[in-house]
Design a protein around this ligand. Structure first.
Ligand SMILES: [Zn+2]
Length: 191
């Protein structure tokens, strides 16, 4: 995971650092989200696109109600079309269009047609929903990938998964962006 380049425009860089500083988010009641996530897991394993779609739609409904925002729509697709450029390695499996408020998730990779793992799909789902939340509720219209953004996504993901949140250790790059230091992140005691 790598943060976006720091924007040159003052208004945008203000938004960027505001997003960067928000590293916590209110978390919804989780029981039925976990049930839906379980449906997603089974649906994915059986390659049942309809079931994955229906589980994701149900989760979006819950999350949108909890955060008090309009529900985005979601489409589950098979293989990601090759012509779409893949500049963001962590985003191979989904996108969000702020204009149409539509999330798309791909169940397969473009080249090898390899099935997406459940963990990746769920984390992509959380990632795309938080783009939506940034835009419609947090006055972060550019919904930059910042340290704060990734940390918020991680909180929701681990909340649904019931797995311990790891404090992400960031490495500062020369250009001022950050990337995750996975080795140090993974060797830290969760908590
Ligand atoms: Zn993104």
């Amino acid at each position: 995971m790598l943060t976006d380049n720091i924007p040159k425009k003052i208004s945008e860089s203000r938004e960027y650092w505001r997003s960067d500083a928000i590293n916590t988010v209110a978390l919804p009641p989780v029981e039925s989200l976990r049930l839906q996530a379980e449906r997603l897991k089974v649906g994915l394993k059986e390659e049942n696109k309809k079931e994955v779609q229906s589980a994701c739609t149900a989760m979006l409904k819950e999350l949108s109600t909890f955060y008090g925002v309009e529900k985005p729509s979601i489409r589950i697709l098979s293989a990601r079309p090759v012509e779409i450029s893949e500049d963001w390695a962590e985003e191979l499996f989904g996108d969000y269009d702020p204009e149409t408020m539509k999330i798309r998730l791909w169940m397969r990779t473009a080249i090898k047609k390899k099935a997406t793992s459940y963990g990746v799909l769920l984390s992509t789902f959380c990632h795309e929903f938080f783009h939506h939340l940034d835009v419609v509720a947090m006055e972060l219209p550019n919904t930059f990938h910042t340290r704060g953004f990734y940390e918020r996504v991680g909180l929701l993901y681990h909340h649904i998964q019931d797995t311990p949140v790891r404090k992400i250790v960031w490495h500062k790059n020369k250009d001022g962006t950050y990337r995750v230091d996975w080795a140090r992140t993974m060797t830290r005691i969760p908590g």
